[in-house]
Design a protein around this ligand. Structure first.
Ligand SMILES: [Mg+2]
Length: 246
């Protein structure tokens, strides 16, 4: 097989976390700090970060301390949150390179859509938790993508990674938090900051540190132009083990 042919044949998939990755701050947390009892919200967020609470338990506890508020009002609040200034560059890069980008979030769809609409970004699939209004005066969370076996995350990002990528494809994961630790390990190229980075360092998982998406695009340009590209062995093994479990 000639080299140009091999490069042209490669299929890449890119999975991107939202809070603290696409946005500079964690919008999910900020909602409860603003519209809930701030001290209680802080305490619950700490317990979620330290994994003392699963994410479903954490979200449920946060919604309990939320004051009455409509999704409309929350939508107005979240509109002002900044995104990584290079996110549009990453989106254009993915389009040019024909890389499918998928957003995976253990937060809520309404604010992801609000921010993407503000930036005029369309066509990116989103897998996340959702909010409903049930007449109780405040929104309630629903978790359409929980995993039956593993209760750590409200939205099982690993399942989306597996369902949206083939074993011959090159997978890219970009994230920053505890809900990224599991899915990132099933991907070939991990871009990590914050607690995801700490995990990768501690567990000796190969990763690229990044501060913003400019770093990611530069690194991907180098990787994509390589004549030979290797898949990450540990990710292949994780996938195989998962298939065995059925
Ligand atoms: Mg995050």
């Amino acid at each position: 097989m000639n080299i140009v042919h091999e490069q042209a044949k490669r299929v890449y998939k890119m999975f991107v976390d939202f809070d603290g990755t696409i946005t500079r701050r964690d919008i999910g947390e900020q909602i409860f700090l603003q519209y809930g009892d701030t001290q209680k919200a802080e305490a619950i967020i700490k317990r979620i970060s330290s994994r003392e609470l699963t994410s479903v338990e954490g979200w449920k506890a946060l919604f309990e301390i939320l004051h009455p508020v409509s999704i409309d009002e929350l939508t107005k609040f979240v509109r002002s949150f900044e995104i990584d200034s290079a996110f549009l560059r990453l989106v254009s890069f993915a389009q040019e390179q024909q890389v499918e980008m998928i957003i995976l979030s253990d937060g809520f769809e309404f604010y992801i859509r609000t921010i993407l609409e503000r930036e005029n970004i369309t066509g990116i699939p989103i897998y996340s938790n959702r909010l409903i209004e049930d007449g109780s005066g405040k929104p309630q969370p629903v978790f359409p993508y929980r995993d039956e076996e593993c209760k750590s995350c409200a939205n099982c990002k690993r399942n989306h990674v597996i369902e949206n990528s083939g074993d011959d494809e090159f997978t890219v994961y970009i994230g920053n938090g505890s809900s990224d630790v599991c899915p990132a390990q099933y991907c070939d190229f991990i871009f990590a900051k914050d607690s995801l980075r700490k995990f990768c360092e501690k567990e000796k998982v190969t990763f690229f540190p990044y501060d913003n998406f400019n770093d990611v695009v530069s690194r991907l340009e180098t990787l994509f132009s390589k004549k030979r590209l290797k898949k990450r062995r540990q990710a292949e093994l994780k996938r195989k083990n998962l298939y065995k479990l059925g």
